[in-house]
Design a protein around this ligand. Structure first.
Ligand code: PMP
Length: 382
C-alpha cells in the first residue's frame, strides 16, 4: 500500500463514519419525505446529522443546507444569492478554488461586475490592495477562500469583511479546506456564510453543505421541497449521516489532530530545508497545520509525482482538481512565482493516519531521487 499524503484532495473515511453509514446503505431506508416509519427514521437521521454539523460550527441548524459537496455549495451561493438586477459588484480573489472561479466567470459573462482581489507573495490576499478596491466600490457579495487548498494559507477573511457594508453585502467563505482541520466557529467569526465538504474531514465523498442564515434569491436545484425548499431532490441519507459523524469526530479530535499534523509538517519542512534549492510556498504566512506546498528546482512537478507514485507515495502536483492540466497553478502565478518554478510544485497534505515514519520515508525517497540527478544540475540549482 502506498503512503497517502494527499489529504487536501480527499481524506480516507474514519472507520466510525463508515460504521455509522452502514445501516443506511444495507437496510431498507425510507425516503425522508415519506410519512411512514422508514421515512421518519431517515428524516430523524438527517436532523441528528444537521445538529452535529451545527455543533461543530456553532451555527443554527436552520442555516445548514446539505449539498453534494463543496462545488455545489459554492455554486449555490454564487448563483443563488447574487441579486441579478443589481449593478453592484461581486468581489472574490485570484486564489479561489475552480468551483468559485468558474461560476464567477459565468456571472461575469452574464453581465455582472466581478472583481478579484490580489494575493501577496506569501499567498495571502493583499489587504492594502483590497482597501483600495473597497474605497471605490460597494459590493453586494464578498466571497473569499478560508484556507487555500494548494498552499494551505489562511486568509484574512474577517479583516476583509470589516471593509464592506455588512448590512448590504453578504460575506461568504469557501471553508472546504478549513472545516475539520482548524476551528471554524460561526458564532465568533463575523461572516454570513461558508461552504464545506465532508470528504475533507474524514467523511464520505459527494456530500457537503452551504451554511447561510438567509433565503436564496434563486434556487439552484429546484423540483422538490427538500432542505427547507433550498435544494430539491431526495437527500443523500447515508452521506449526510456520514457527514454528521465526521463532524462529531472532528470536534472531538481537533486539538490532538492539530498537534499531530503540525508535528508532521514541521519535521517534514525542517528535513526538506536540507535539500539544496528547495522552496516552500507561503511558508511565512499562517497556514493549515497539514499542508506543505513545495518545489525542487530540478524536478518538474509531474515527473516527480510519477517517480514518487512508483515508489509508493501518493501526492498531488498543484491542485488535484485540475491535475490533468499542466499549466502552472493559478495560485502560484497570483503569488508572483515564476512559471518555471511553479511547474515544479508538489503538495504534501498530511492526515491523521500518517506517522513520523511516513515523513522520514518520504524525505529519504526525495533525497534519493535528488541524489540520482547529475551533479551539475544539482550544483546549478543549489
Ligand atoms: N473548495 C475547495 C477549497 C476545495 O479544496 C475543494 C475540493 N478540492 C472544493 C471546494 C470542492 O469540493 P468537492 O470536492 O466536495 O466538490
Amino acid at each position: 500500500m502506498a503512503i497517502y499524503l494527499d489529504h487536501n484532495a480527499t481524506s480516507p473515511m474514519h472507520p466510525e463514519v463508515a460504521d455509522a453509514m452502514m445501516p443506511f446503505l444495507q437496510n431498507p431506508t425510507g425516503n425522508p419525505s415519506s410519512l411512514h416509519s422508514y421515512g421518519r427514521m431517515a428524516r430523524s437521521a438527517i436532523e441528528s446529522a444537521r445538529a452535529e454539523v451545527a455543533n461543530l460550527l456553532s451555527c443554527s441548524s436552520e442555516a445548514i443546507t446539505f449539498t453534494s459537496g463543496g462545488t455545489e455549495a459554492n455554486n449555490m451561493l454564487l448563483k443563488g444569492y447574487v441579486d441579478r438586477s443589481s449593478e453592484r459588484a461581486i468581489v472574490s480573489s485570484e486564489i479561489e478554488h475552480p468551483s468559485i472561479l468558474e461560476p464567477l466567470r459565468q456571472l461575469q459573462e452574464d453581465g455582472r461586475k466581478v472583481i478579484r482581489l490580489k494575493s501577496d507573495h506569501d499567498g495571502q490576499i493583499d489587504l492594502d490592495a483590497a482597501r483600495k478596491v473597497f474605497s471605490e466600490i460597494d459590493p453586494q457579495l464578498l466571497s473569499v477562500i478560508y484556507a487555500n487548498n494548494e498552499t494551505g494559507v489562511i486568509q484574512p477573511i474577517e479583516a476583509l469583511a470589516a471593509m464592506v457594508d455588512r448590512d448590504s453585502c453578504l460575506v461568504h467563505s469557501d471553508a472546504t479546506q478549513a472545516v475539520g482541520k482548524i476551528p471554524v466557529d460561526m458564532s465568533q467569526l463575523d461572516i454570513d456564510a461558508i461552504s464545506f465538504s465532508a470528504h475533507k474531514l474524514r467523511g464520505p465523498q459527494g456530500v457537503g453543505a452551504l451554511v447561510v442564515n438567509r433565503k436564496p434569491k434563486h434556487v439552484l436545484i429546484s423540483g422538490g421541497y427538500q432542505e427547507n425548499r433550498r435544494r430539491g431532490g431526495t437527500e443523500n441519507v447515508a452521506g449526510i449521516v456520514g457527514l454528521g459523524k465526521a463532524a462529531q469526530i472532528a470536534g472531538l479530535e481537533m486539538e490532538h489532530k492539530k498537534h499531530h499534523l503540525e508535528q508532521l509538517r514541521d519535521v517534514f519542512e525542517s528535513r526538506l530545508a536540507t535539500i539544496p534549492g528547495s522552496v516552500v510556498f507561503g511558508q511565512r504566512a499562517q497556514r493549515l497545520p497539514n499542508t506543505t506546498y513545495f518545489a525542487l528546482p530540478y524536478y518538474h512537478g509531474e515527473t516527480l509525482l510519477m517517480e514518487l507514485d512508483r515508489a509508493g507515495f501518493a501526492l498531488s502536483s498543484g491542485s488535484a482538481c485540475h491535475s490533468a492540466v499542466t499549466e502552472p497553478s493559478h495560485v502560484l502565478s497570483a503569488m508572483g512565482v515564476e512559471d518555471s518554478l511553479a511547474l515544479n510544485a508538489i503538495r504534501v497534505s498530511f492526515g491523521m493516519e500518517n506517522s513520523l515514519q511516513d515523513v522520514e520515508a518520504f524525505v529519504a525517497k526525495l533525497v534519493e531521487l535528488v541524489n540520482k540527478l547529475p551533479a551539475v544540475m544539482r550544483q546549478a540549482a543549489g
